[in-house]
Design a protein around this ligand. Structure first.
Ligand code: ZN
Length: 110
């Protein structure tokens, strides 16, 4: 396997807590009012240095969704999930966005 390509965002950034690689920019937070599997979670429009797990159907408080788990590309730690498809009309805005668990992130640079 070749060298992993790891993007360095610079500036204030959320990092993966277990390996310190950049995960997302605070500028890309869409909402902080989400719940993850553990605790509070943030909804991001963009994340970096991740890979996606298989597509799964998931019943959430807000209805049925198709999601993919998000893993850190560097250490394989699970970080959250991506919304592929929402079936409820008022949840469609989440499609293509990413949930990152606050507990698994490290704030860096501010
Ligand atoms: Zn990591």
């Amino acid at each position: 396997m070749g060298r992993l390509f790891i993007e360095d965002m610079g500036g204030p950034v959320y990092k993966c807590k277990s390996c310190n690689v950049d995960s997302a920019s605070p500028d890309d937070i869409y909402s902080k009012e989400f719940r993850g599997h553990f605790d509070r979670a943030y909804l991001f429009t963009n994340v970096v240095n991740i890979f996606l797990g298989p597509i799964e159907e998931c019943m959430l408080i807000s209805g049925l969704h198709t999601v993919q788990d998000i893993y850190c590309r560097s250490c394989q730690q699970i970080l959250g999930w991506k919304y592929d498809k929402a079936y409820e009309e008022d949840q469609k805005y989440k499609e293509g966005m990413y949930i990152l668990e606050r507990e698994l992130l490290l704030r860096h640079g501010w």
